[in-house]
Design a protein around this ligand. Structure first.
Ligand code: ZN
Length: 312
């Protein structure tokens, strides 16, 4: 009895026995904007809304840039660069997502590396003005090379240029929802936009719950998650709601650097298949197919159909 009282006291004083907070890093790809709404005013509006959601939720988010979107032919467009300035002026970090978003699985390594270096000029300049360094790299399509030889050579190249790979665990199809949302907008159909938007956050929550289970199955614990979403139209309207959902599930949003301190990220990535998949699935495949949690949630049929994508 005395021992039980002692334990309760220790627990009350130290928080012993309390469940640690879940953590998640928010990474946003294809900056400045990826949308069928290509005119500058829409790009400004999407960027403003994204950045304001990020600031409101105090997310230390990172944006991965494709610098080809900043040029018209060979001319640098300052109004496009201004979109990135909104991110850095909000204190946010930027990373490299290559210049033109090609796949390492599709082009020779030398060409891919040249495209990566071409894609760092403006980002490095903007970060430098804030006293920050360019330090993270995200593979387009999450395609990381079709052989261990290419992967090893590319890893060496990244190290030589001061980059850390930005893996992701919380994979999802936000881009399919956003394409459907763009199409509903182009049709002038706000009801349909709302229908897509209202299906988005529940879908993302079901995905997150899936990745929590996948982490438990593989590691016996919930690791720090890394979310990948895109700088798109639907997130400019719903990132707020996503942040609220994370909070409701007990998540603290942390920086990518902080999330990567979880030792699970030290597990090797030996995946050489064609797909762009979550690092949780890469590690689970290494351990054995039985470690892949079945029944991964799918995009609802009406969203997939509207988007024009044939499958996820
Ligand atoms: Zn991308």
């Amino acid at each position: 009895m005395r021992f039980a009282v002692f334990l309760i006291l220790v627990s009350a004083c130290t928080g012993f026995g309390q469940k640690a907070a879940r953590t998640i890093a928010v990474t946003i790809d294809d900056l400045p904007v990826v949308s069928t709404r290509r005119d500058l005013n829409n790009r400004i509006e999407i960027t403003k809304k994204l950045v304001s959601h990020i600031k409101k939720a105090k997310m230390p988010a990172i944006g991965f840039v494709n610098e080809n979107k900043l040029y018209s032919g060979s001319v640098r467009e300052e109004k496009q660069v201004d979109l990135l300035r909104m991110w850095v002026d909000a204190g946010l970090e930027l990373g490299n997502h290559t210049y033109s978003h090609r796949s390492l699985n599709a082009i020779p390594l030398a060409e891919y590396q040249a495209d990566l270096l071409k894609g760092e000029a403006v980002t490095r300049e903007l970060l430098g003005r804030k006293g920050k360094k360019l330090r993270f790299f995200r593979h387009p399509f999450l395609q990381t090379g079709r052989s261990m030889e290419v992967k090893a050579q590319f890893d060496t190249f990244l190290k030589q240029h001061g980059y850390t790979v930005a893996p992701i665990t919380f994979d999802n199809a936000d881009y399919i929802f956003s394409r459907a949302y763009d199409i509903a907008f182009d049709k002038g159909d706000p009801e349909l936009m709302k229908k897509v938007g209202e299906a988005y956050v529940p879908y993302m929550e079901s995905k997150l719950e899936y990745w929590e289970r996948q982490s438990m199955k593989l590691l016996g614990r919930e690791m720090s998650q890394t979310l990948l979403i895109h700088a798109n139209f639907i997130n400019s309207d719903y990132l707020d709601d996503l942040a609220a959902m994370f909070k409701r599930r007990g998540y603290k949003i942390v920086s990518l650097a902080e999330s990567l301190k979880d030792e699970a990220y030290q597990l090797p990535d030996t995946y050489v298949g064609p797909a762009g998949i979550s690092w949780l699935h890469r590690w689970a495949r290494d351990k054995g197919w039985e470690f892949i949690v079945p029944d991964e949630p799918k995009v609802p049929g009406f969203v997939l159909k509207l988007s024009g994508f044939e499958s996820e």
